[in-house]
Design a protein around this ligand. Structure first.
Ligand SMILES: Nc1nc2c(ncn2[C@@H]2O[C@H](COP(=O)(O)OP(=O)(O)OP(=O)(O)O)[C@@H](O)[C@H]2O)c(=O)[nH]1
Ligand SMILES: [Mg+2]
Length: 377
């Protein structure tokens, strides 16, 4: 079997991983490469999978646990894509609250399945506003608890490439400051400045990743107890709702109204949003889609995709990740559906799926330590 490239793009919740992966997939496809995308979440009903499939890229979803804890499912997903699409390049997006992915995913994949995969260096995408809030005390804005910030720092520590994304959102001076901060905290790590949305700066990063191979001599110490505590401070909600029997409904407006309601309620409850994202599409049509995101409290949600036609029926996917009790997210979601879909729009909707939980303690299938790596033949 020929070797496919396996490229994993990590980074905290809402940093721009999916946006970057889609750009990478378009970039590779334009050069004639076949790509396969792998999405991942602790729960089912993923906005990311809906978004990447809407662009007609072959995608496999690993739900019910992160890559490191479901390593064998990751390999199965890659094989599944290989059977149908034979990708030259796999682009994989780990869950945004995961770290230690080099030791638990990249190196095991390289060591066990090195004949099938050439594993690229790990890139970690960064939202500059979030990073400035986490790395400097004077930027204002609500921050996450220490153990959540621990995960954030560990993600950057294991990166071989740090990608400061959304450079369109910050002034040159702030960007310079963040570059200085990150290069002093993570000396030797290559830093790229990009805007995944506009495409600025992406090509040098994509070329560097494509040519790279995971370093097999870079190991990170990590305290799994702190990592687990950080994960357990987060609340997760995945839901899907459907409705029918309406006339000329503006699906974009519906999504914006729901996001405003949800964002305000989570904010008022004093919880910090990491990423609230939603999609809407006509029932059974996965290619016509609107998608929006809210990546911190106190801001307006932003669309990445819009519907061009009004709806007669629809399916909505909602994913919220926040530092919050999951029960609060559930109550917030139910009351937003009630107020916006029921009272405001008079829709007869049904909640087809709703799960809320805290991510569990990570228990990786494999973890390659320096000691083990040294003794490999
Ligand atoms: N302004 C701006 N927004 C961006 C850029 N890249 C991504 N975004 C937006 O940031 C939000 C989050 O992007 P995603 O790509 O979904 O982030 P993610 O890291 O995959 O998020 P999770 O999968 O939830 O962890 C979306 O609204 C994107 O449109 C950028 O370069 N500039
Ligand atoms: Mg994503």
């Amino acid at each position: 079997m020929s070797q496919s490239r396996y490229i994993m793009i990590g980074g905290f919740l809402g940093a721009g991983k999916t946006t970057s992966i889609l750009q990478f997939a378009r970039h590779l496809s334009a050069q004639g490469f076949r790509v396969g995308l792998i999405t991942n979440d602790q729960g089912a009903g993923l906005v990311d999978t809906a978004v990447v499939r809407s662009e007609e890229f072959p995608a496999e979803e690993i739900s019910g646990g992160c890559f490191c804890c479901r390593f064998n499912s990751l390999v199965d997903a890659a094989r599944q894509l290989t059977t149908n699409e034979r990708p030259d390049v796999f682009l994989a997006e780990p869950v945004g609250s995961c770290t230690d992915l080099v030791a638990t995913v990249s190196l095991p994949l390289q060591n066990i399945y090195g004949d099938s995969f050439r594993v690229a260096a790990m890139s970690v995408v960064v939202d500059p506003i979030r990073a400035l809030r986490i790395f400097s005390a004077d930027e204002g804005g609500r921050k996450f608890s220490d153990n959540v910030c621990y995960i954030y720092r560990k993600q950057l520590e294991e990166a071989e490439m740090i990608v400061i994304n959304k450079t369109d959102l910050v002034e040159a001076k702030q960007l310079e400051r963040l570059n200085e901060l990150l290069s002093s905290q993570f000396p030797g790590t290559k830093i790229f400045n990009v805007s995944a949305r506009s495409g600025v700066g992406l090509e040098p990063w994509f070329n560097a990743v494509y040519e790279s191979q995971i370093a097999s001599d870079k190991f990170m110490d990590i305290d799994y107890e702190r990592y687990g505590k950080g994960e357990s401070l987060l609340g997760w909600l995945n839901g899907s709702i459907s409705f029918s029997g309406c006339k000329e409904l503006d699906g974009n407006q519906l999504l914006a109204d729901l996001a405003t309601h949800l964002g305000r309620s989570v904010d008022q409850a004093g919880a910090e949003i990491a990423h609230l994202k939603m999609t809407i599409n006509p029932v059974g049509n996965l290619y016509e889609i609107a998608a929006l995101s809210l990546v911190r409290g106190g801001e307006e949600a932003e669309f990445s995709h819009r519907l061009s036609e009004p709806l007669e029926d629809g399916e909505i996917l909602l994913n919220i990740r926040a530092e919050s009790a999951p029960e609060l997210l559930r109550e917030t979601a139910m009351s937003a559906f009630d107020d916006v879909l029921g009272r405001k729009l008079g829709l007869d909707y049904s909640v087809d799926h709703l799960e809320h939980f805290r991510p569990g303690q990570p228990v990786p299938t494999y973890r390659i330590t320096q000691e083990q790596q040294v003794h490999l033949p």
